[in-house]
Design a binder for this molecule. Structure first.
Ligand code: BG6
Length: 294
């Protein structure tokens, strides 16, 4: 770090700035890519390889305001996933301002950023243990969510890195890597089904929680001529979501036709795959997001 740079800035590689809605962000530049991280939600909102369209999708209508989740990038769902009556959907982490702990340039040129979820966040629902998000930006984007039980009792929770990806046209993409898995189909009354398709295609709303799925998933995009790769570890669940017309139009933070340019492939441990940590244990959820040209 240059001696003149403010704490957490690395001259030319990690710059603190005022983002949308006046929220603080960190702008990252590496030899391969650029990225942005908001302290609000501990959220990566942008990752773009040089010369390519953004890998992560961010709604033009996203709110950037206290108490509301940012619509796009990689929201951190923690310590629960989905709705809970009277409580914030997908947990409180994505609407909490995280602490920016450290930034560093690695020997290979990648930039690493560590954020911490303040222990006081979450009120009565506070997780109790220590939670850290490690973001490494380079030719790929790596996110590592570490939850440690520093209490004296077991802690039960769900986690999910809810990644939104940019696609050329939702009607032309396919998602592979989930064949043979069972999923909860959340469109209509929740129904358990098994995935028979080698390639999942989108012709209407899709909202599925695949359980016991630990392998890599790929998004094949013939319009943007790339395959997005989602590799993960410490994750037994995969969520695939596109709200399609009606649901997206009912959301204030979703543009009228934006559903065509996005798909969520989310990695975590949810529903029957939720986690319990004994005192002293740490759970590490890691995703490596990248793409290759086709
Ligand atoms: C997905 C869920 O993970 O997130 C969907 O499976 C949900 O059911 C979607 O609609 C978006 O949630 P939210 O709270 O960000 O609108």
């Amino acid at each position: 770090m240059s001696s003149a740079a403010p704490k957490n800035e690395i001259s030319g590689s990690a710059v603190l700035a005022t983002g949308t809605g006046g929220l603080p962000k960190l702008a990252i530049t590496t030899p391969w890519s650029t990225a942005e991280i908001y302290r609000h939600g501990g959220q990566v909102t942008r990752f773009q390889l040089n010369g390519q369209p953004p890998l992560l999708w961010l709604s033009e209508k996203s709110l950037f305001t206290s108490g509301k989740a940012i619509r796009g990038g990689v929201p951190v769902c923690f310590p629960w996933f989905g709705p809970r009556p009277g409580k914030p959907a997908h947990g409180y982490a994505r609407i909490t301002e995280w602490d920016l702990a450290t930034t560093a340039t690695l020997a290979d040129g990648r930039v690493n950023v560590q954020l911490r979820l303040p222990k006081c966040a979450g009120g009565a629902e506070a997780f109790g243990g220590d939670v850290e998000l490690n973001v490494t930006v380079g030719e790929t984007l790596t996110l590592e969510l570490r939850a440690s039980n520093s209490t004296s009792a077991p802690l039960q929770f769900e986690n999910c890195l809810h990644s939104y990806f940019t696609v050329g046209d939702i009607a032309q993409i396919s998602v592979t890597g989930l064949q043979g898995g069972n999923y909860w189909d959340k469109v209509g009354p929740a129904t358990e089904r098994s995935e028979t398709a080698a390639a999942i295609r989108f012709t209407s709303e899709v909202d599925r929680v695949y359980t016991n799925t630990t392998g890599p998933v790929e998004i094949h995009d013939p319009v943007l001529r790339r395959i997005i790769q989602v590799e993960k570890s410490g994750s037994a669940s995969t969520v695939v979501w596109n709200p399609w017309v009606e649901k997206s139009q009912a959301m204030a933070d979703f543009g009228a036709t934006e559903y065509r340019q996005m798909v969520c492939v989310e990695s975590g441990n949810v529903a029957p795959n939720d986690l319990t940590l004994a005192p002293g244990q740490t759970a590490v959820l890691q995703v490596v997001l990248g793409s290759r040209a086709v």
